[in-house]
Design a protein around this ligand. Structure first.
Ligand SMILES: Cc1cc2nc3c(=O)[nH]c(=O)nc-3n(C[C@H](O)[C@H](O)[C@H](O)COP(=O)(O)O)c2cc1C
Length: 136
């Protein structure tokens, strides 16, 4: 059984690309042996992240992510069992302007539009804004 979790949070590191890279590289190192995969959007003010994998391993990872001081106010938008991965096989990856990210961003935007909640509206904004920032 696989679990998919989507959350948004408030960034405490602004738009600093070096710090976002550091988060992604730690995530890759930690997620790879656990077979967790996902994608991260960063628009400077907020993060949006999707993580997929074994439910228990995902829970343990979320316990670490929740106490990380580089972000605050984690709000979970989706936490459910799924049949298959939707975000490729990256242990973690920042959404940039390429085909793989476009698929992931399209999924997130579709999800947000279907939800029609305030949180989902914020997710929509974060994905669009972080895609815009990472165009060049
Ligand atoms: C926005 C954000 C996303 C993160 N994503 C992951 C992740 O997918 N996997 C992970 O292991 N750590 C992730 N981290 C880092 C963890 O919070 C933590 O620093 C890391 O797992 C190392 O934990 P340790 O110092 O206990 O080894 C993320 C942190 C932030 C701020």
């Amino acid at each position: 059984m696989l679990r998919r979790l989507i959350y948004i949070s408030r960034s405490m590191i602004g738009a600093d690309p070096k710090q976002v890279e550091a988060i992604v590289s730690t995530s890759i190192r930690r997620n790879a042996p656990l077979e967790l995969t996902g994608m991260l959007w960063a628009d400077g003010e907020s993060f949006a992240q999707v993580i997929e994998g074994d439910p228990h391993r995902l829970e343990q990872t979320m316990d670490r992510i929740r106490i990380d001081r580089r972000h605050l106010d984690i709000e979970v938008l989706l936490d459910r069992s799924v049949a298959s991965r939707q975000f490729g096989n990256w242990s973690m990856r920042q959404a940039v302007d390429d085909e793989a990210s476009a698929h992931a961003s399209t999924f997130m935007i579709g999800f947000a539009m279907g939800e029609r909640t305030n949180l989902a509206n914020r997710l929509y904004e974060i994905v669009l804004e972080s895609d815009r920032r990472n165009l060049f």
